[in-house]
Design a protein around this ligand. Structure first.
Ligand code: CAA
Length: 379
């Protein structure tokens, strides 16, 4: 068993770390406070190849493996999880799904620009009454011969306003239940497509999360991904990979908070010595570091299995379940170690603690991960 990262992996990790420190750290508090989308930062990430990391170079991607991707995700998430969620959705949910299941025409028209980071994408599954219960899609895509007529509302859509391309999951034939669902590529600006209100969120406040409304939107048949009725399977398969991205985001949030707490403990004095010289703090640091290492092993295992073309459904759900759980615990402890300073924005850990929570909710709640894992165990 080899735990050694390759030279290429180390180079990607370093590039992401440098980018996060130099380009994301300045301004991260302001973006969080003002709920400002990191438009310029995402543009630069596109130029550096972080928005389509795993896509084949012939479609303008980086041609990298999933290990490179999770390494980059971890580094970016240590500093700005609002940026990394945009990166994760574009890489894992939009580019990956299009490359794997899209037609050549769709790849030429959409994937090339998405992978290059010229435009960004959104993945639209959740609805006001269909979050975890994703088979209960109310958005309809009525078959009209050469096009679908799309009607309905999507909720909590990451990149909701900043995206140009949206993969929308909708019900075509209700009698067929989940086998009557389709995945359609919808462009911003198509008549009848309106971006709704922006959510005022607890965390990842720099990312733009919106509801979307579709009223008689004509979507050409050429924009359907896969065969008729493939949409739910497409969504589930894509989310399996997406969970590796969100697991690495949770890992990064935890690792970022831990690194800040470690540094602080060596600088701050209490009762005549550094915090790090108190056993109460040493034990906290030891627990935090152990949890982070365990989460990293699960994340890398899931990414490795995906790269090896092995079944990774259980591994991805386990990585997300565990990493999102320890992200809660580690960020809370990081705030505790910082004491009063931890409760104010300047020291970053309060933001990381707020950001951590969403990793237990999106791309499948904690409970959904347990469902996925137990089904895999019992099948
Ligand atoms: N991988 C592949 N296929 C899967 C799957 C998986 N993990 N889970 C289910 N399926 C397939 C099943 O095989 C079945 O297909 P067949 O009939 O062809 O065999 C079909 O999906 C339906 O499965 P179930 O009957 O088991 O459906 P269910 O309703 O009991 O439960 C579920 C399915 C796993 C709970 C699913 O609804 C689910 O994953 N829900 C969570 C949805 C989710 O993650 N939403 C996140 C929104 S996206 C997001 O957050 C992005 C963002 O902005 C950051």
């Amino acid at each position: 068993m080899n735990f050694q990262l390759t030279e290429e992996h180390l180079a990607v990790q370093q590039a992401a770390r440098d980018f996060a420190q130099n380009e994301l750290l300045p301004g991260v508090i302001e973006r969080d406070t003002e709920q400002k989308f990191p438009k310029d930062q995402i543009k630069k990430m596109g130029e550096l190849g972080f928005m389509g990391m795993m896509v084949d170079p012939k479609y303008n991607g980086g041609g990298m493996d999933s290990i490179s991707y999770v390494l980059a995700m971890e580094e970016i998430s240590k500093v700005d999880a609002s940026v990394s969620v945009c990166m994760s959705v574009n890489n894992s949910l939009v580019c990956w799904g299009l490359e794997k299941y899209g037609t050549e025409e769709q790849k030429e028209k959409y994937l090339k620009r998405l992978a290059a980071g010229e435009i960004i994408g959104a993945f639209c599954l959740s609805e006001p009454e269909a979050g975890s219960d994703a088979t209960s899609q109310r958005t309809t895509a009525e078959d009209k011969g050469d096009h679908y007529l799309l009607n309905g509302t999507k909720n909590w859509i990451t990149n909701g306003n900043s995206a140009s391309v949206y993969i929308v999951i909708a019900q075509t034939d209700a009698a067929k239940k989940h086998k009557g669902i389709n995945a359609l590529i919808v462009e911003k600006g198509m008549p009848g497509f309106v971006v709704g209100k922006k959510e005022d969120k607890m965390g990842i406040r720099g990312s733009d999360t919106h509801s979307l409304m579709f009223t008689d939107v004509k979507v050409p048949k050429a924009n359907r991904i896969g065969d008729d009725g493939f949409g739910f399977s497409f969504a589930m398969t894509t989310l399996n990979g997406g969970r590796i991205g969100i697991a690495s985001q949770a890992l990064g949030i935890a690792a970022g908070a831990y690194e800040l707490a470690l540094t602080y403990s060596k600088e701050r004095k209490a009762f005549g010595k550094n915090l790090s010289e108190h056993q109460a703090i040493q034990f906290k640091l030891a627990e935090m570091a152990t949890k982070i290492d365990a989460a990293r092993l699960l994340v890398h295992q899931a990414a490795w299995r995906k790269d090896q073309r092995q079944d990774f459904v259980k591994a991805a759900a386990m990585a997300k379940l565990f990493a999102s759980q320890i992200a809660q615990e580690v960020t809370t402890e990081a705030v505790q170690i910082h004491g009063g300073y931890g409760y104010v924005k300047e020291y970053h850990v309060e933001r990381l603690m707020r950001d951590a929570k969403i990793t237990q909710i999106y791309e499948g709640t904690t409970e959904i991960q347990k469902m996925v894992i137990s089904r895999e165990l019992l099948k």
